[in-house]
Design a protein around this ligand. Structure first.
Ligand SMILES: Nc1ncnc2c1ncn2[C@@H]1O[C@H](COP(=O)(O)OP(=O)(O)OP(=O)(O)O)[C@@H](O)[C@H]1O
Length: 281
């Protein structure tokens, strides 16, 4: 029997009242999920603003804990990981966030973002090995090392910065990548490129990806399966093709219908998915 890479068991997150309100917010309600170790997949978590997507990402990365329920990584509750296991989890579960600028320190050259994990996780024994790993990671996201290394973050485009983030994740050879709106702040012309880097990460290195987005178009191009969240609850799930072509829940229907599919498809569908047709519905 295959061991689970990730299992979320009925996780809920309740934010207690804020300064101006006495109401508690249920950001996520009894959310469950299983990803198998030997079946790498790309799963989209879709939903509009406030549906609980980021709360889920924060929970998976251990930045916030579930109010009830649990998150297990390779069978162990992440809240209880210590020592080597915690280190392995921190290395094997990586994230790429929405704002490609936020993770960079403006005072360091972009190399810093790559050399820190190499040092922290002891990924190379010599400087030459470190350089070759960095170059390999950059090449695999379609960047030429000579174009980006030695530069400061503001000297790069948003698309280049986000691809460096993906390269950083790649360097660590994660088992699971949490990509929270990774292309929503990137120029449309570069989106396909970055999403393709993510798919390559999945295809070539067996990385499972949880792709969090409000945008069903990119989800359709990138993901195998989808879970639709509405106000913290799962309203629909299944393989992305069936859910988008034939949405059952009213909310998913609204999400699908609000998108001008044909135009978006024509522009960058084919490089990412080979089997699609022009209009999914
Ligand atoms: N730290 C917090 N304290 C109180 N309420 C919060 C907190 N973080 C999120 N919430 C609330 O929880 C709900 C879910 O928020 P969350 O950020 O997970 O949604 P989201 O789907 O990621 O939205 P967006 O796409 O806008 O980022 C929202 O109603 C939000 O206001």
């Amino acid at each position: 029997m295959s061991e689970n890479l990730l299992e979320i068991r009925r996780a809920s997150k309740v934010y207690q009242r804020g300064l101006l309100t006495s109401k508690a917010t249920i950001a996520l309600k009894e959310f469950s999920l299983v990803l198998k170790q030997d079946e790498p997949t790309i799963l989209t978590i879709a939903g509009e603003s406030g549906s609980g997507k980021t709360t889920l990402a924060m929970m998976l990365l251990g930045f916030t804990t579930a109010t009830t329920g649990e998150v297990l990584y390779k069978g162990k509750n992440i809240a209880g990981l210590v020592g080597k296991e915690r280190m392995a989890y921190r290395r094997e579960v990586q994230a790429v966030f929405q704002d490609p600028f936020a993770v960079f320190n403006p005072f360091y050259k972009v190399d810093h973002l790559l050399t820190v994990p190499i040092r922290q996780f002891k990924l190379a024994r010599t400087k030459a090995e470190a350089t070759s790993k960095m170059e390999e990671a950059l090449n695999s996201v379609g960047l030429r090392p000579e174009d980006v290394l030695g530069r400061f973050p503001h000297q790069l485009s948003g698309g280049q910065r986000q691809r460096i983030n993906v390269a950083r994740a790649l360097l660590l050879k994660p088992r699971l990548l949490i990509a929270d709106e990774p292309v929503s702040m990137v120029d449309a012309s570069l989106r396909a490129n970055i999403l393709e880097s993510l798919r390559n990460l999945h295809r070539d290195h067996g990385v499972s990806i949880i792709y969090i987005t409000h945008d069903l178009t990119t989800a359709y191009h990138v993901a195998d399966n989808i879970i639709v969240l509405y106000k913290g609850e799962v309203v629909e799930k299944g393989d992305v093709e069936s859910v988008i072509r034939n949405p059952q829940h009213r909310y998913t229907q609204l999400l699908v219908d609000s998108i001008p599919w044909p135009n978006l498809d024509q522009r960058w569908g084919h490089s990412i998915r080979t089997s699609e047709t022009t209009n999914p519905r």
